[in-house]
Design a protein around this ligand. Structure first.
Ligand code: NAD
Length: 466
């Protein structure tokens, strides 16, 4: 698409936004049902696109791309009428007689910008809430997952007319041009660096934003959990999509005397889930792009040079964009692996002596999207939750909070602004409009100037007692 065509597209969506905003729940539900049907109908093409982009195994595509979208659709269909209903509020005595309510109205014309790592899920889940809220939408998938972007560009016109939802394929230049338009809302999923650019751009039009970002999500292991079991579980979680998951455990914190057992548990977990040679396992994902492969390899080279220990299940292979599950221990705190979001199958392992050390480690960095804990000790895990700040906390498993349709999903500060999923996702795309209605008779005028003595007394009395 040419840059000048973007303005035309924006104005077409903007012109139709009021009509879309007037649609009733039944009309929005019909669109969501059609989207679900189209997704099932074109599931084989979705599988092929994800294979081409990320060597994603078909069951992984079903579980992590299709299922979150259909779950969001089903949940939204069940609740949309209630979400759309005006919310009645009681009146303080000073506002009687009258009535008050909150109306959740569509924002208007919105932009959704998505990353490549779950390219169907992260485009279509926000779309479900944007449509449920009655907006017109431009969807910008990532240029790094081109087969899936092309799939979405074919799928969406089978469900929505072009004045309601449009897919805009293209790279960074297109993305930059898009965010310069005066959208009523931008829902961005991606890195904190680009997220901050999006927010700066949106500020020029005072466009509201939802930023679903990333960062370093720790997993803290309780000393009585069992270090081998902990290691094996983290190996599975780190292997999903070759670690390219915003809510992947980024690093592990384990009590010092249990570190070696944890490392052995991780190696055993790799063997169990992906075999001795994950490079030959069709179910193990690939790194999305050579640029990201080079970044991961440079970070491992850097940490090796620092004297840290590195274990890899088999050899990295750039031409195949294969990067092995990798353990790193004794890494210095100023290397890239310790400071930046890894977004790959590499797990640095750090140790603590007292729980307070683990808490200080987490609080010394930016606020995580998820803080994972492996612990059967409720007091211990409650203590860690209370002493830290994160977008979410998951205890004794990984990822599952994302699958709960009514838990708010999102980060805090550098890991994100705003929330998605369920009523949180719906409200993110709406304006909560206050409507206060007086009847025929309004006592307000009793308090209007000129302020005679009795009015002054009345106002003093109201200020004091009401
Ligand atoms: P990215 O920030 O590089 O790109 C995301 C999207 O932004 C792409 O569509 C891209 O075309 C667009 N973009 C690139 N430059 C832009 C610019 N200057 N202005 C506007 N848009 C621009 O992220 P990525 O590499 O695709 O994804 C990885 C990152 O996304 C990681 O940090 C990960 O943690 C995060 N992520 C977060 C979530 C979440 O839900 N919180 C989910 C998945 C990924």
């Amino acid at each position: 698409m040419e840059l000048r065509d973007l303005e035309t597209l924006f104005f077409a969506l903007q012109a139709h936004a009021p009509a879309m905003g007037r649609t009733r729940a039944a009309q929005r539900i019909a669109r969501l049902r059609a989207l679900k049907k189209a997704l099932y109908l074109h599931q084989p093409e979705a599988h092929a696109a994800l294979r081409a982009d990320l060597n994603r195994a078909e069951p992984d595509t079903d579980l992590n791309e299709i299922l979150p979208v259909t779950t969001s659709i089903d949940y939204t269909i069940r609740h949309l009428r209630r979400w759309m209903r005006p919310e009645k509020h009681g009146l303080p005595i000073t506002l009687i007689p009258g009535s008050a309510e909150v109306v959740y109205e569509s924002k208007g014309v919105v932009l959704i910008v998505s990353p490549w790592n779950f390219p169907i899920n992260l485009c279509l889940v926000p779309l479900v809430y944007a449509v449920a809220a009655g907006n017109t939408v431009a969807l910008k998938p990532s240029e790094l997952s081109p087969a899936t972007s092309a799939f979405l560009a074919k799928l969406i016109p089978t469900v929505f007319p072009p004045e309601e939802v449009r897919v805009v394929e293209g790279g960074v230049e297109i993305a930059k041009a898009l965010i310069n338009q005066p959208w009523n809302h931008i829902f961005f999923t991606g890195s904190p660096q680009i997220g901050s650019q999006v927010m700066a751009s949106a500020a020029r039009h005072l466009t509201s934003v939802t930023l679903e970002l990333g960062g370093k999500s720790p997993v803290i292991v309780h000393p009585k959990f069992g270090p081998e079991i902990a290691g094996a579980r983290v190996a599975w979680a780190k292997g999903l999509n070759a670690g390219q998951v915003c809510i992947a455990p980024d690093y592990a914190l384990i009590r010092k005397d249990q570190r070696d057992a944890f490392l052995e548990g991780f190696k055993a977990g790799v063997l169990r889930h992906y075999g001795e040679r994950p490079s030959e396992n069709p179910d193990f994902g690939r790194i999305v792009h050579e640029r990201h492969w080079d970044r991961l390899d440079a970070w491992v080279t850097e940490v090796r040079a620092s004297g840290a220990h590195v274990w890899q299940v088999d050899a990295p292979n750039r031409s195949q964009k294969y990067y092995p599950l990798t353990l790193v221990w004794d890494a210095p705190m100023d290397c890239a692996l310790s400071c930046s979001e890894i977004f790959g199958p590499i797990l640095p392992v750090y140790t603590y002596i007292e729980t307070a050390d683990a808490i200080a480690h987490v609080n010394g960095g930016s606020r995580p999207l998820v803080l994972y804990q492996l612990s059967h000790d409720r007091t211990w895990s409650d203590g860690i939750t209370a002493a830290t700040r994160a977008g979410a906390t998951v205890i004794n498993d990984f990822y599952l909070h994302y699958m709960h349709p009514s838990l708010p999903f999102g980060g805090i500060n550098t890991s994100g602004i705003g929330k998605s999923h369920g009523i949180w996702g719906f409200r993110e795309f709406t304006n909560a409009r206050s409507v206060y209605r007086r009847g025929r008779w309004s006592p307000t005028m009793l308090l209007a100037p000129p302020y005679s003595d009795w009015k002054k007394k009345l106002i003093r009395w109201i200020t004091r007692w009401l």
